[in-house]
Design a protein around this ligand. Structure first.
Ligand code: NAD
Length: 253
């Protein structure tokens, strides 16, 4: 028996990095997987790897900033698998480490649309399904930048604080309906997001990385996926509204 047997999980941003690892980890535990990403090559690759493992999986091309795409993602999941049990709001982007004095409206809006508004829309769309079933599970990908102030640019930090706040609000307001909402706050995990940062604001990067020497070690995508598995499974049944720092103690310092 897998820990997620027959659960249907939608994972946004699962064409790459942490989201892809969550998809593979959930699939190995018996879940049926909806790979949702706007990178078609990435999503096809994740679906192919899931199918090689014998996992039931579909891929849906989704731009999470587009409300129609979010609606279609949930509707197509229900059409394919009959329901949705778990929504992982993982798709996200960074902000070129732009400090407050240098932040552009364009970056601010893009980061807020992808990292914040999409989470609200995804949750709004799945809630009626969860309410009808009498249970449901939402897992949001926050960041250490949602728990601390100085380790990212302004827009990214604001966006991840919003994710932490939404997580608490949803858990508080829908917990009585047996709906859980938790988040994960990773520190540094090498992925295309961190490896391909471009147009870096040198001032923002300089001040944000002053404390990097105090970070004991980077994490792996599997270490983050393991937390996502715990939060999706019944082992965390009494956990609601928290953001688990996944930083090997960096934010504890
Ligand atoms: N890697 C880290 O160090 C780190 C640390 C803390 C938090 N996070 C968070 O983890 C999440 C995943 O990041 P990752 O490091 O795996 O990055 P990644 O770049 O490897 O993966 C992100 C995925 O999201 C997809 N995506 C981006 N914008 C999208 C959109 N508009 N619509 C649909 N899909 C979209 C991308 O195509 C990509 O497949 C993000 O929310 C990120 O903020 C990452």
């Amino acid at each position: 028996m897998g820990r997620l047997n027959d659960k249907v999980a939608i994972i946004t941003g699962s064409g790459s990095g942490i989201g892809k690892e969550i998809a593979l980890t959930y699939g190995k535990e018996g879940a049926k997987i909806v790979v949702a990403d706007f990178n078609e090559d990435g999503l096809k690759q994740t679906v192919a790897e899931l199918k090689d493992l014998g996992v039931e999986a579909i891929g849906i091309k989704v731009n999470v900033t587009n409300e129609e795409d979010i609606a279609n993602m949930v509707d197509e999941s229900v059409k394919a698998f009959g329901t949705v049990d778990i929504l992982v709001n993982n798709a996200g982007i960074s902000d070129h480490m732009q400090a407050a004095g240098n932040v552009t409206d364009e970056v601010w809006e893009r980061v807020m649309n992808i990292n914040v508004t999409s989470v609200m829309r995804g949750v709004r769309k799945v809630l009626p399904i969860f309410q009808e079933k009498g249970h449901g599970n939402i897992i949001n990908m926050a960041s250490i930048s949602g728990l601390t102030g100085g380790r990212g640019g302004l827009a990214y930090t604001a966006s991840k604080h919003a994710v932490v706040g939404m997580t608490k609000n949803i858990a508080s307001q829908y917990g009585p309906q047996n709906i859980r909402c938790n988040a994960i706050g990773p520190a540094h995990v090498p992925t295309p997001l961190t490896n391909n940062m471009s147009n870096i604001d040198e001032f923002g990067m300089g001040v944000a990385t002053r404390g990097v020497g105090l970070m004991t070690k980077a994490g792996s995508t599997q270490e983050i996926a393991n937390i996502a598995l715990f939060l999706a499974s019944e082992e965390s049944a009494y956990v609601n509204g928290v953001t688990i720092a996944a930083d090997f103690g960096w934010s504890a310092y």
